[in-house]
Design a binder for this molecule. Sequence first.
Ligand code: GLU
Length: 494
Amino acid sequence: MTQIRTRIAPSPTGDPHVGTAYIALFNRCFAHKNGGKFILRIEDTDRQRSSAKSEADILAALQWLGLSWDEGPGCEGEFGPYRQSERSEIYSAHIEKLLLGGFAFPCFCSAQRLTELRHQQMQDKQAIGYDGRCLQLSEEEVSSRLEQGMDHVIRMKIPEDGACEFDDLLRGHISIDWSQVDMQVLMKSDGLPTYHFANVVDDHLMQITHVIRGEEWINSMPKHLLLYQYFGWQAPIFCHMPLLRNPDKSKLSKRKNPTSIGYYRAMGYLPEALLNYLGLMGWSLPSGEEKFSLQEMTDNFDLERVSLGGPVFDTEKLDWLNGRYIREDLSDHEFAQKFAQWAFDAEKVKRIIPLIKQRVERFSDVVGLGGFFISDLPKLDADSFQHQQLATETLLKILQFSLWRLEQISPWNRDNIELGLQTLAADLQLKIRELLFPLFVAISGAAVSTSVFDSMAILELDICRARIRHAIAVLGGISKKQAKSLERKYRELD
Ligand code: GLU
């Protein structure tokens, strides 16, 4: 029997997302339940958006959760390298095969022509997509353009009519008309592959037997299956998992819920509890018991029992489960040890001490001054913001604009935070002190505290975001209408 091989294929383009861990968990359980292997592949072909920091954070977050991989970065196996940026030659060789077979073609259309085409299609209420102009070029014309070194991409050919029919392990039979499928770019003009192309080539070469991924990829299935057909390869079995949702049922987003694994770690959740909670997203033990370990989940795992009703990621339920782990599983000694490890993380403490040392006279002053680095949301009410006598409307605007500005900061460090907020103050014609005041209160809960730039740098964006949002809520919140108008004004600043 062929060995079952599953994979998780994150793109290192942001913070490690709970959705990545959720998909990794199900892939790992399925592989290990069936004596197979779970592979980690880094899909970093988008050189502009990928970063080494994001990759390192994703790997560290998966490790923290206990989601180790059998093959992947740091654990090389016979199908490596497991980072797509190190596999360029493989993709070039495979694109040649498609070109030779007549399944793909060079497209020389300029970005400007493609934009105009899209606008025209939107105006005419037509499906958006490439119109196939470069398919009409004669062979001689194509050769001469290639010889001249003209900029081009490689696109795949798509059948003109009919539908792509396929089966999904959880969803049964699905049919998507070819008229809805674009002539996908497979290779960009810089010679790097796109997600769709590299993903299929690698799943085949890494002998992946089951592709278990989020439902947002269902619409890509026709392109992927067609590539398998063009290459003459047998496609793996596909299983599209339901997306995690916010309690209001919308797709889980950081605007409504913290989505970064780093946030949950920083808030003092236990990795076993978070992992268990992710396991409850669409699945449960046959006994109905909601608390289970990774081993128990693996032993009892059955992919076909995953329910498709959108699983809700609800932090209240997570809190309840985490509380159970703390009460039921930790002895007092373990509690003390784990708490100390979390609260006095050496790296973090090293950054906090210089900020508070110059302001304390006794150790007993430390908690008052630096307690906010490890506490939950600060206790605030509208009066907390009265110090500078700014109108509530102004406070809300400052907080929301600052949050948007902070979200643009990369890399996240003290100097960039300072620069970002200083330019925002200048844009808003506010004194930096006025802009920083509500942020001080939101972040530390006090009007006077350690440097707000340093504090935010240490707390990381997710925690800052949660605190700024909390301050906004305490001040009465921002309605949808106000948010729209603020967004317009914010855009005008750039
Ligand atoms: N790189 C894709 C992502 O970031 C992988 C999707 C897939 O599993 O095919 O989600």
